[in-house]
Design a protein around this ligand. Sequence first.
Ligand code: C5P
Length: 211
Amino acid sequence: MRFLITAGPTREPIDPVRYLSNRSSGKMGYAIAEAAIKAGHEVVLISGPVDVDRPRDVTLICVSTSDEMFEAVHQHTSRCDILVMCAAVADYKPAKVSKSKIKKRAENISLELVPTQDILSSLPKNRNYLVVGFAAETEQLEANAGKKLREKNCDVVVANDVSRADAGMESDENEVDVFIRDGEIKKIPRRSKKIVARELVKIFENVCEKC
Ligand code: C5P
């Protein structure tokens, strides 16, 4: 199968030296890419800026902003069987990017933010690839994941509780619940991200085969 995987954060520029971003390390997306390669699949990995070694045998596409990730995903979906949107795409970006460095002043300043383009929601409803979304939540995991399945038209949502210090963002371990469109829920207990990734790839293969 051909996997298209996104990983890491995006950076939304404020001025030539500053940006808005988040704590995503990219470890989960890179582990899924590696697990998919080991299982004999083809992988295109679209990555935001991360400090993780490039997995062998993947085609790596490096992007920085949410707009660049949007374009890269749309360019590659025609050649994939499974899209795994693991990236922590910024939800907001500055309304204007200052061409020059914003000078420090004594008074408060405010930054106007506008929503970024939602990549998952922009995908066509009729498509011939499976779509996996991720949900990083701090509360009501199941309710929010169910909402994401419906509202973002995903086939699978992988949800993790990012309020826990020992699993999720930046950590080497993760514990996830996988919500499948037919109502099935699979729980993967706390393990290293590499083991969780292996389990996820098996689940994605099964759902994809059923489709
Ligand atoms: O709504 P929320 O940002 O929590 O959804 C997370 C999921 O949506 C992830 O799969 C992420 O990759 C995707 N996403 C997206 N486009 C955005 C923001 C998030 O596709 N602009």
